[in-house]
Design a protein around this ligand. Structure first.
Ligand code: HEC
Length: 121
């Protein structure tokens, strides 16, 4: 009986976790500030100088690099933004990324946010 009710509570709780809406303003900007903007900031950040990618506003992040977008809304698998943070990019692209101490929770939040459509929410 006790086991059954514990199980029921767990089952009803799981979808709530999976469906949690990630917020760009609340969840994503602090991660970008902490882990990325040291380099991806105009005019002198190293990552900005090399790629033109600025992440201090939603619009500049979605605009991407001088070559184009780095986020495919709804598709973290194919987004270079997520490939780099997850360490899935090729050696040549990965370079500095992966040396920074980004946590698994932060990596996961960036992934869920992109998969939920990379909204300005
Ligand atoms: C130590 C400086 C530094 C930090 C910190 C940094 N970047 Fe970069 N980033 C670069 C440089 C330099 C490049 C261009 C060369 C390369 O890909 O390594 C770049 C390129 C990129 C690109 C474009 C890659 C491509 O091939 O189009 C993306 C996307 C990116 N960074 C995302 C991020 C994200 C997300 C973070 C934070 C989690 C971050 N970067 C943190 C320096 C940095």
């Amino acid at each position: 009986m006790r086991y059954t009710s514990t199980l029921l509570i767990l089952i009803s709780f799981l979808p709530a976790c999976a469906n949690q809406q990630v917020s760009y303003k609340r969840d994503i900007t602090p991660i970008l500030d902490k882990r990325c903007n040291g380099c991806h900031i105009a005019p002198q950040g190293y990552g900005y100088l090399v790629t033109g990618l600025e992440m201090d506003s939603y619009d500049s992040l979605m605009q991407g690099t001088i070559y184009g977008p780095v986020i495919l809304a709804g598709d973290s698998r194919r987004s270079i933004f997520n490939k780099l943070t997850e360490g899935r990019a090729g050696k040549m692209q990965q370079k500095l990324h992966g040396e920074e101490a980004i946590s698994n929770e932060e990596i996961e939040a960036l992934k869920i946010w992109v998969d939920q459509g990379a909204l300005n929410n």
